[in-house]
Design a protein around this ligand. Structure first.
Ligand code: ADP
Ligand code: MG
Ligand code: MG
Length: 249
């Protein structure tokens, strides 16, 4: 699904990713943890080709294709989805229009016809039920006046509608109460189908009780310094990150 080799990347001319390797097979869930400022969000932004984030060396293969050759829209159409840590507001564009446009762009790329307004409405209503979001949110501006939990549920709804092959969730747990966390985790778990892969960036072990990862990686100083199974998350929760820095040194 994803093969990152020797990646170096800059943010605003500053080197943040410093030789990162990561291989993700279809169906796997990889959690990425690590201290603040380690480069976790930068990695997500480089994968999504967010402006200002530039890979300077190394390679990224996505489904056997050179990801670095694709722009943001191509990556999305190919099936990569980045759920933003701080979802953006787009006043004046209704959530419904926004979601339909993104679904239609992807369908077009795969040679499928646009959904009619009625077909999309039906699909959107069903999906909003699954994420416990009132269908009235479809008519509002994208993220306009949404609470933190509502933004996350909306993001989850977008992810469900787009059916991406690789989902990157960046601190999807921050600002969520327990009920919203459960909704997000249930949604993610329902999307696990043996083919779809996930990168879950989180500060807290708590989320990984609900979304059980196949692998846990620690990202520090721009590269992955330790990998393990889900027990590594428990060890980090108990011991913090300091011992790892000593071990790496
Ligand atoms: P994490 O998500 O692991 O907490 P980030 O990837 O957000 O870390 O940040 C890594 C480093 O890159 C930090 O030093 C941060 O200040 C810097 N950085 C991230 N985004 C930007 C940006 N847009 N402009 C300048 N510096 C940035
Ligand atoms: Mg951070
Ligand atoms: Mg971050």
């Amino acid at each position: 699904m994803l093969n990152i080799k020797g990646l170096f990347a800059n943010v605003e001319e500053k080197e943040i990713i410093t030789g990162l390797d990561l291989e993700i097979k279809p169906g796997e869930v990889h959690a990425i943890m690590g201290p603040n400022g380690a480069g976790k969000s930068t990695l997500g932004n480089v994968l999504a080709a967010r402006p200002g984030y530039e890979a300077t060396a190394g390679s990224i293969q996505f489904k056997g294709k050179d990801l670095l050759e694709m722009d943001t829209e191509e990556r999305a159409r190919e099936g990569l989805f980045l759920a933003f840590q701080y979802p953006v507001e787009i006043p004046g564009v209704s959530n419904m229009e926004f979601l339909k446009a993104s679904v239609d762009a992807k369908r077009k790329h795969h040679g499928q016809p646009e959904l009619s307004a009625v077909e999309f409405m039906k699909l959107a209503r069903e999906t909003s039920k699954k994420v416990d979001l009132d269908a009235a949110f479809l008519k509002r501006g994208v993220n306009e006046g949404f609470s933190g939990g509502e933004k996350k549920r909306n993001e989850l709804m977008q992810m469900m509608l787009l059916e991406p092959e690789l989902c990157i969730l960046d601190e999807t747990d921050s600002g969520l109460d327990i009920d919203a966390l459960q909704v997000v985790a249930d949604g993610v778990n329902a999307m696990r189908d043996g083919n779809r892969s996930f990168i879950v960036v989180t500060h807290y072990q708590r989320l990984l009780d609900y979304i059980v990862p196949d692998y846990v990686h620690v990202l520090a100083n721009g590269r992955i310094v330790k990998s393990g199974d889900k027990s590594l998350a428990l060890e980090l929760e108990a011991k913090g990150y300091g011992w790892l820095e000593e071990e790496v040194a």
